[in-house]
Ligand binder design. Structure first.
Ligand code: ATP
Ligand code: FE2
Length: 328
């Protein structure tokens, strides 16, 4: 069986091809601007410009003919409406042309399910990307959100901090490098509210400290990472304790960060849990995770016939716990 996956929730347009749980291709093109601020219509325009090329390159990489595709999976939500619409439109076009069924996939859950490829079976996931920051785990037919950010996603927070320091976009890798040179820990607000975190006050505090010119950029970057990642790890640990699960899985672009990975490793070792970190290409937004979950769902009988194409729409505000998990 071969399933094609289309990702288009935000900056990235990606196509993945999966055959029986094995990734045959995972190609993407990401819309970027100098500031990193996303103009949804511009990103959507980017997606429509690159889609044909990414598609044909992905088929070539997977060494398949499009007629071999058995189903077409796409990111239905959550995400930016103009971007999601490009993905849906492309899914409809392919499904109509190839007369193959399609499978609507929740983007956040696909970040979690792709973790199975690393051996995770029943993990708590710390999902940290640009727009999303959630702690998710499976319980009673749903993926439930145990904790989340009350304001900014941690990736967007780091990118805004990076812009302040004039580091360009995406800010994450540059901030990580700078933080490695930091030596002195500067006290910052630590904002955990129950299982949730909040970042906007920390951003204001960092801005004031930066503008005061009393602190080095390195120390600010270092202290930001130590503080914010400790908040994430604390809530992830509490979710492990609360659910009794023994596996932590990382997902989302911010999970590429070495320091976050090492803090997660220490926490897991201390409580006898196992840590799973997919390779970077599967942490960031990508088409392979959509194809991967799409195949699992398709095998469980969850799909729409190509002539039901008009019944399906995007769901920009789809919540992780809205989805009834019928594939387990
Ligand atoms: P969504 O929120 O819809 O999942 P996205 O496009 O914002 O989508 P990703 O591709 O998962 O998300 O992640 C992008 C984010 O990851 C950016 O904010 C970027 O700065 C951050 N990032 C990438 N590498 C690192 C790193 N080494 N350290 C910290 N943050 C990083
Ligand atoms: Fe994502």
């Amino acid at each position: 069986m071969i399933v094609l996956g289309i990702e288009s929730t935000a900056h990235t347009f990606g196509i993945g091809v999966v055959r029986n749980g094995k990734i045959l291709a995972n190609l993407k093109d990401t819309y970027t601007t100098q500031s990193g601020g996303i103009v949804p219509k511009e990103a959507a325009k980017h997606h429509s410009e690159v889609k044909e090329k990414i598609y044909s390159d992905a088929l070539e990489k997977a060494e398949i003919n499009e007629k071999e595709i058995d189903a077409i999976a796409f990111s239905q939500g959550p995400g930016l409406a103009p971007c999601l619409l490009e993905g849906l439109r492309f899914a409809k076009e392919l499904s109509g042309r190839l007369k193959k069924p399609f499978v609507p996939v929740n983007h956040c859950i696909s970040h979690l399910e792709i973790g199975k490829i690393t051996g995770a079976e029943n993990p708590v996931m710390l999902y940290v990307s640009g727009a999303n920051t959630q702690i998710i785990a499976y319980s009673a037919n749903r993926y439930r959100i145990f904790g989340e950010t009350l304001d900014l996603g941690v990736g967007n927070f780091i990118d805004t901090f990076a812009r302040l320091l004039d580091l360009g976009f995406p800010g994450g890798p540059a901030v990580q490098k700078l933080a490695e040179k930091g030596k002195k820990y500067i006290e910052l607000p630590y904002v955990v509210k129950g299982m949730d975190i909040s970042l906007s006050g920390i951003l204001t505090n960092l801005r004031q400290k930066f503008e005061s010119e009393k602190y080095s950029r390195e120390d600010l970057a270092y202290s930001m990472q130590e503080t914010v990642f400790a908040m994430l790890i604390e809530t992830a640990e509490r979710a492990l304790a609360h659910t009794g699960k023994k596996e932590l899985l990382l997902g989302g672009g911010v999970a590429c960060n070495n320091r976050l990975q090492s803090m997660a490793k220490i926490m897991c070792e201390e409580r006898g849990a196992r840590l799973f970190v997919p390779e970077n290409a599967l942490l960031v937004d990508n088409g392979a995770m959509i194809a991967f979950l799409g195949e699992v769902m398709f095998k469980a009988g969850i799909s729409f016939s190509h002539n039901k194409i008009d019944d399906l729409d995007i769901m920009p505000r789809q919540r992780t716990d809205e989805i009834e998990v019928r594939w387990k």
